[in-house]
Design a protein around this ligand. Structure first.
Ligand code: ADP
Length: 365
């Protein structure tokens, strides 16, 4: 018998097992046929090299146990084959023969497909991480400023305290200065914690989150950048908004991108006309819709066409991946990222998120 030939296994004479073996042998997939009692009737070479185990009166049961697959597992369940360590999707079929019913197992090699999926996922995660790092890189100057202020205040309070020690009436004043120093130090460490949490790469985790918390965190991260441009970010959240079912950090990344783009779009706009608004409302489909409105130059028709394509940018220092990453994140959340012109000039960039559930409503502001 050649190695590629299907082996007939302990089949009674005249059972038709030879015919079954011949059929399995012609298949490009790993295949085996089992009798009703679990005995292996025939298996082709591909099956044997992946799953081995030809012996045993309940070869089917032994195989399922070795693969940790339930008897009634859904078609297409994926397993790592014990011999080849490759991944297979299992499909069961029933063949009625003159000698009785046969359970026919077809195992499709899905290793390459899995690898491609995994490498795509790893690539996506790297991209997300890089874009978060870039956002933080761009924010570095702002952060340095934000941290510098409390640190300078702490040094001042401590210097003052040192001077006061030993002076008449000192202890009360020293205590007040130390309390202020402590609250400044807590502020500085909260800033660092917020940035750390934002940068950390991790598996997405969706939970119920209040839009007010998400928007508040983002506005806090961009507050100084906005102040430098003399911009006040106006936050308008409808009362009674449902909570959203989302990975908070990912959605903050999207909102951060949109608000940063809105700030950048207004760099060349006269200060009196700069106006940035973040809105949230429940739309007619029961989704929560977040919108970022600016008074920048808006977009031309051809810009609109390429807006969400990777590497589309009109900025000399732009990378053009922000919006395409935002779109992937929002689609991952079963939402929609959209653009529309703003009445009176400027742009509206927005996205939808699914609500967390009927029972979860944000407390009124
Ligand atoms: P980048 O900011 O690196 O260019 P993005 O993907 O975030 O990358 O944005 C792509 C392009 O979309 C920008 O270069 C700009 O032309 C346009 N764009 C994005 N947001 C706005 C906005 N609020 N107003 C006007 N144009 C915008």
């Amino acid at each position: 018998m050649t190695p590629s030939a299907a082996r007939r296994v302990a089949a009674p004479r005249g059972s038709g097992a030879d015919a079954v073996a011949a059929v399995l042998d012609a298949s490009p997939f790993a295949m085996a046929a089992f009798a009703a009692d679990g005995r292996l009737v025939a298996a082709n070479a591909r099956y044997r090299s992946a799953f081995g185990g030809l012996a045993g009166h309940d070869a089917r049961g032994a195989l399922l146990a070795a693969l940790q697959v339930a008897e009634d597992a859904a078609a297409g369940v994926q397993v790592a084959a014990p011999h080849s360590r490759r991944w297979y999707a299992l499909h069961w079929g029933r063949a009625e023969t003159r000698a009785g019913a046969l359970d026919v197992l077809t195992a499709l090699d899905v290793s390459e497909h899995r690898e491609a999926l995994q490498s795509h996922k790893a690539q996506q995660e790297r991209l997300l991480f890089t874009s978060r790092m870039m956002s933080v890189g761009e924010m570095a100057a702002t952060l340095a400023h934000e941290l510098n202020q409390p640190l300078a205040a702490i040094v001042n309070y401590l210097n003052g305290s040192l001077r006061l020690v030993g002076q008449a009436g000192g202890p009360g004043q020293v205590e007040r200065a130390l309390l202020s120093a402590r609250s400044q130090a807590e502020h500085a460490s909260a800033v660092i914690a917020r940035v750390r949490e934002f940068v950390r790469a991790r598996e997405p985790r969706r939970d119920a989150h209040a839009v007010a918390e998400i928007a508040g965190n983002v506005i806090e991260l961009l507050r100084l950048e906005a102040e430098r441009l003399g911009l006040c970010i106006d936050l308008a959240l409808d009362d009674g908004l449902p909570m959203v079912y989302a990975d908070r950090v990912m959605v903050e990344q999207v909102l951060l991108n949109l608000v940063k783009n809105a700030i950048e779009a207004m760099r060349d706009v006269p200060p009196a006309r700069r106006e940035l608004r973040v809105q949230a409302r429940e739309n007619l489909d029961g989704e929560v819709e977040l919108r970022v409105l600016d008074r920048g130059a808006g977009l031309s028709d051809s810009e609109r066409e390429h807006l969400f394509s990777p590497f589309f940018t009109t900025k000399s220092d732009g990378l053009g991946i922000g919006l395409s990453i935002c779109r992937s994140i929002i689609e991952y959340h079963e939402g929609r990222l959209f653009f529309e012109p703003r009445d009176g000039g400027g742009s509206v960039f927005g996205f939808t998120l699914p609500p967390a559930g009927d029972a979860m409503t944000e407390p009124a502001a």
